[in-house]
Design a protein around this ligand. Sequence first.
Ligand SMILES: [Zn+2]
Length: 428
Amino acid sequence: MFDRTLETLGPDRLRDHQWRRFRAMAAELFATNRFVTRKWRAAGIGSADDLRGWDDFRRIPLTSKSELVADQAAHPPFGTNLTYPLERYVRVHQTSGTSGAPLRWLDTQESWEWWARCWGFVLRGAEVGPADRVFFPFSFGLFIGFWAGFEGARALGALTIPGGGQDSPTRLTWMEALGATVLVCTPSYALHLVEVARERGVDLSRLSVRTTVHAGEPGAGIPAVRARIEAGWKARTFDHGGMTEMGAYGYECAEQAGLHINESEFILEVVDPATGLPATDGELILTNLGRAGSPVVRYRTGDHVRLARGACGCGRTFARLDGGILGRLDDMLIVRGVNVFPAAIEGVVRRFSAIEEFQIEVFRDGELDEVRVLVELDDAAGVPRVQEALRATLGIRLEVAAVPARSLPRFDLKARRVVRKIAPQNAV
Ligand SMILES: [Zn+2]
């Protein structure tokens, strides 16, 4: 474990630990953080002294991404969710903007160290240690995830290998030459590297990679995606949960019995998205405890999750999300009255080893979504099998069409496989 004391705290001590940290952070934020203070005062919380316990915590209004985006638009470039003068901040990153305008986020020295620490939990969960050589095939741009992962690997004492500024074949060459044992990238990019290796005749079993850790997309939590990455790399694949504005909040242990939430650094809630009331199956709400300079409190992540509180075989007491992130609530499609998550479609398509890449076309017809799944298959005879597997899993018949191999886009960061179209091109 990364921090055995914290990762095995009993429930009461864990709640006390969280409350102490939250209360100290609240005192720090009040008055100087305009975004938080304005929001809390509107809810009748006039000072940190009004926060006396968990009932008061639950009076704090939820925060949504759209509020943060609107705040930054009104107060460019960084918005008002800042607790300290700008000179205290040392790093700026931004979200990918896959769902709307990108959010910029600032970190202080302290919160950047905290990010590294949070990634320490992620990497130790995947049993990465000081003897490992961790390769990051990442362009080291504005996206925070792999910067923080890089810092986390360093904090653990592993050898960190920056893989920026290289094409995929060069990255494979360097991974082999430097003896990389761990690959950290998006699930899509791990699969892309498998494809590149195959095309170039590179035998991945010659490399020393034994573990892959994924960020940036939920794919590694989808069993069929995980199985494909593991088969391609002859390695064990671990998922992780994180967001630019929140931090690296979740990780898998060797049991791989869901995504542990790092409850020493984050407060976890799950609510019914319609009512805001506590639920077991619903929207993931998180509060970070180590980023006082730019905090998010009771944040609506938009992620659909199922909470599991039972003991884990690894000995950690942190709660788990059963099946990881199940999907984005705002990605949910309603096809002929049936709720369909793109992640569920991916979970079926990835079972077919002949399909390298796929795309989900969504057509809006009045109030209704209609979906066509494009799959890279040279032999269209495979289409009915894919369609039948989708029907068996989702309970609905979707149109499936074969397209030539390598005709769909590849991604190294944040795959965009759902494409919205105005009107059907073919009758469904
Ligand atoms: Zn565990």
